[in-house]
Design a binder for this molecule. Structure first.
Ligand code: NAD
Length: 495
């Protein structure tokens, strides 16, 4: 049985209190590893190491040139690429997702690291032409790392969500304390093994597994953490926002969503069905940007739903290692939560068009599988329309006019993503502009790139990840003004 340890100040360690937890394969219900369950004290040690490394080591990570940091990151990227299959298999066994998708995650992670290794060598800062009457001055800005960054991630893309934060944070010269989700710590531990091999100075990267209300809260509250970057649910994000106020930490929040997928009658309907499948059944629907609310023009609804049902019912479910269309949900508890949402939606009048139940056939008896589910006939206050379900469940609502479509799309507390399908170019641009969300698509759903920013409006978060904006999040801007005539004292000159 594999033992997963915390990594604090350059050493692999058991939890101080000796606690541990089981890591379970959701396809089989089997225990695949035992992990150290750190507590507040472990988190404090990790924070102290990161603080010492950032503030006191005159030869530490942040004092290396950007070129040197970039080279180390490129080494990490090559090591990860070389272990592509091993990482993908671990991710599939831990999270459940099909191996094909896990391989895609590893490829994306490699690409993200390379992107930030390059981005940190690009020009940064600006100069200003200033004259405040004090004589000639030159003013310019430089970018500096924020300090100790606390990074907290969810279970749906364990490796990728981690790398999305670690790569820019390290590129910028920060030190980090990382807490993965207890559902899926395996690939994170493996990634820290690579960071160790790459030779980062002790204390630069620290990993503490453990509970959200202990390790996570300690990171969010600590006066020695300069920034917290969190990806997870809105509810936990709100508590982190409050905890971070104590020392006015810099904050990044990538939170939940309930995104609209608007389909007009003139769209290529078969194409829209395929993208809608991608929008809501990819990664078992455990995707923050999932297009979980289909909002479709009334005249084409029946045709669309019939086709979507046909496609959904053909999907194969199974152990992710066998590359089915969909794997299990991440845990038994999460599966039960998803099934409860479906049940509640039906009790409120939703019509289950297909799916709606657990799947236990063909080797899936012990896993946590839910059939792809379409719910029709839902009012705007139906449970399944209002809540982020985070599973393979999509609702269908109809509209008659463009204004009505926009109104339904924006009738949510979230604002992460959204899409419009139509052949009318002007309408596509008009409607997409009206969607109150940070990530939008026209005639496609869910493509994401490291080059483009990712993040939400409203209760879906604060800040942006990916792209150069993602690097900015981990930097402070310092303004420096130079007196070009040090011998003069400007006060007399302006009197
Ligand atoms: P979660 O909020 O339950 O947990 C996320 C992380 O926070 C975990 O590591 C957890 O242990 C930790 N945590 C829990 N309580 C905490 C506390 N009080 N203080 C500090 N940390 C705490 O989310 P989850 O169930 O792991 O993931 C699913 C959620 O993540 C969904 O809402 C999804 O939309 C969101 N998500 C968002 C994005 C995005 O880019 N916006 C990406 C992926 C997932």
């Amino acid at each position: 049985m594999r033992e997963l340890l915390n990594y604090i100040d350059g050493k692999w360690t058991e939890a101080l209190n000796g606690d541990g937890f089981d890591v379970i394969n959701p396809a089989t219900g089997e225990v695949i590893a035992k992990a150290a369950k750190g507590g507040r004290e472990d988190a404090r040690l990790a924070i102290a190491a990161a603080k010492r490394e950032f503030y006191s080591n005159r030869k530490g990570w942040r004092r290396l040139s950007a070129v040197k940091r970039s080279e180390v990151l490129l080494t990490v990227a090559s090591m990860l690429e070389g272990e592509r299959e091993r990482f993908a298999q671990a991710e599939t066994m831990d999270n459940g997702k099909p191996l094909r998708e896990a391989l895609g995650d590893v490829d994306d992670a490699v690409s993200y690291i390379r992107y930030y290794a390059g981005a940190v060598r690009m020009p940064s800062g600006v100069t200003y032409d200033v004259n405040d009457g004090f004589g000639p001055m030159h003013s310019y800005t430089v970018k500096e790392p924020v300090g100790v960054c606390g990074l907290i991630t969810p279970w749906n893309y364990p490796l990728l969500m981690g790398v999305q934060k670690i790569a820019p944070a390290l590129a910028a010269g920060n030190t980090i304390v990382f807490k993965p989700s207890s559902e899926t710590p395996l690939s994170t531990v493996m990634f820290f093994e690579l960071l160790e091999k790459a030779g980062l100075p002790a204390g630069t990267v620290n990993l503490v597994m453990g509970g959200g209300s202990t390790v996570g809260n300690e990171i969010a509250e600590s006066a020695d953490v300069d920034m917290v970057s969190f990806t997870g649910s809105t509810e936990v994000g709100q508590s982190i926002y409050r905890a971070a106020a104590g020392n006015v930490k810099k904050i990044g929040l990538e939170l939940g969503g309930k995104s609209p997928n608007i389909i007009f009658a003139d769209a290529d309907i078969d194409g829209a069905v395929e993208w809608a499948m991608m929008g809501v059944f990819f990664n078992q629907g455990e995707v923050c940007s999932a297009g979980s609310r289909i909002i479709i023009e009334e005249s084409v609804k029946d045709r669309f739903v019939m086709r979507l049902k046909e496609r959904a019912e053909k999907m194969t479910l199974g152990n992710g290692l066998d590359n089915p269309d969909m794997g299990p949900l991440v845990s038994e508890e999460h599966m039960k939560k998803v099934l409860k949402f479906i049940e509640q939606s039906a009790a409120e009048g939703g019509r289950i068009v297909c799916g709606g139940s657990r799947y236990t056939l063909d080797g899936c008896e012990k896993g946590f599988f839910v059939r792809p589910t379409i719910i029709d006939n839902v009012g705007k206050d139906n449970t399944a329309v209002k809540n982020e379900i985070f599973g393979p469940v999509v609702t269908v609502q109809t509209f008659k006019t463009e204004d009505e479509a926009v109104e339904l799309a924006n009738d949510t507390e979230f604002g992460l993503a959204g899409a419009v399908f139509t052949k009318d170019g002007a309408r596509a641009l008009r409607v997409v502009k009206e969607i109150r969300a940070g990530i939008t698509w026209i005639n496609c759903y869910n493509p994401a790139f490291v080059e483009a920013p990712w993040g939400g409006y409203k209760k879906s978060g604060i800040g942006r990840e990916l792209s150069t904006a993602g690097l900015e999040e981990y930097t402070e801007t310092k303004q420096i003004t130079v007196n070009l005539n040090p011998g003069t004292f400007g006060w007399y000159d302006i009197r």
